[in-house]
Design a protein around this ligand. Sequence first.
Ligand SMILES: C[S@@+](CC[C@H](N)C(=O)[O-])C[C@H]1O[C@@H](n2cnc3c(N)ncnc32)[C@H](O)[C@@H]1O
Length: 239
Amino acid sequence: MEPRRPNESAGSAWEDAGFIASWDEGTDREKSIREMQMKTVVFMLPQPKDQPLRLLDLGAGYGALAAAVLADRPSARAVCLDGSEEMIKLGRERSAGLGGRMEFVRGPLDSAGWLKLIPGPFDAVISARALHHLTHEERRRLFRDVHGLIRPGGCFINADSFKPGSEALRGMYRRTRKRWVDPPAGDAAPETPQGARLPHGAHYNGLMEDELGWLRAAGFHDVDVFWKFTNYATYGGFR
Ligand SMILES: C[S@@+](CC[C@H](N)C(=O)[O-])C[C@H]1O[C@@H](n2cnc3c(N)ncnc32)[C@H](O)[C@@H]1O
């Protein structure tokens, strides 16, 4: 059965500067994985490198993914949407030197209301490690919304984790990632079960074949997994 959102205000930890700092630390230990995952987003954008692009980064946090694209494409501009005021505050501070090329908007992705906050169209919609916080139903709706926002020739690329196809794979992926990170993580590293009540919002990862099917059903073509390591992936499609 599809996991459903519990009756709770999810994600409040993303308003806590201490939690964000400890998340950043964990992310930093996985730097070698995250870099490949995010660079795949940057390099898979189909437009010529000097074309002025308008990007939308969903669940952008302080805008790390959008910043990576802007560093590669000097004529690109980005709108970063996130639900956390604290993340947006950090993002505005960190992007102060970008001369207004990065704009932050606060809004919730788990309801269709976010579309009213962000006038399209965009050349690319991108996201990193955020959309697993949406239920499957919410993510399917979001994929359709996103398709409607993208100009023909554009793309949607999501760098996120997905649900392993079996418990055996879950264990092997987890062990492999723990050995990969620097320094290697001990057994105490916490696991994040599907739909569990976590301080930073429940996780609703989908099987990769479902995620790809939802993208195709939303209207995207050339849908594929562009990069994958254990159950981390960068996947998407084109309009
Ligand atoms: C793990 S962080 C990733 C941030 C950023 N994309 C990155 O990779 O650095 C997840 C982000 O998703 C945002 N988020 C989670 N659920 C959300 C929702 N329902 N609506 C809007 N933002 C949400 C959180 O506020 C947080 O900034």
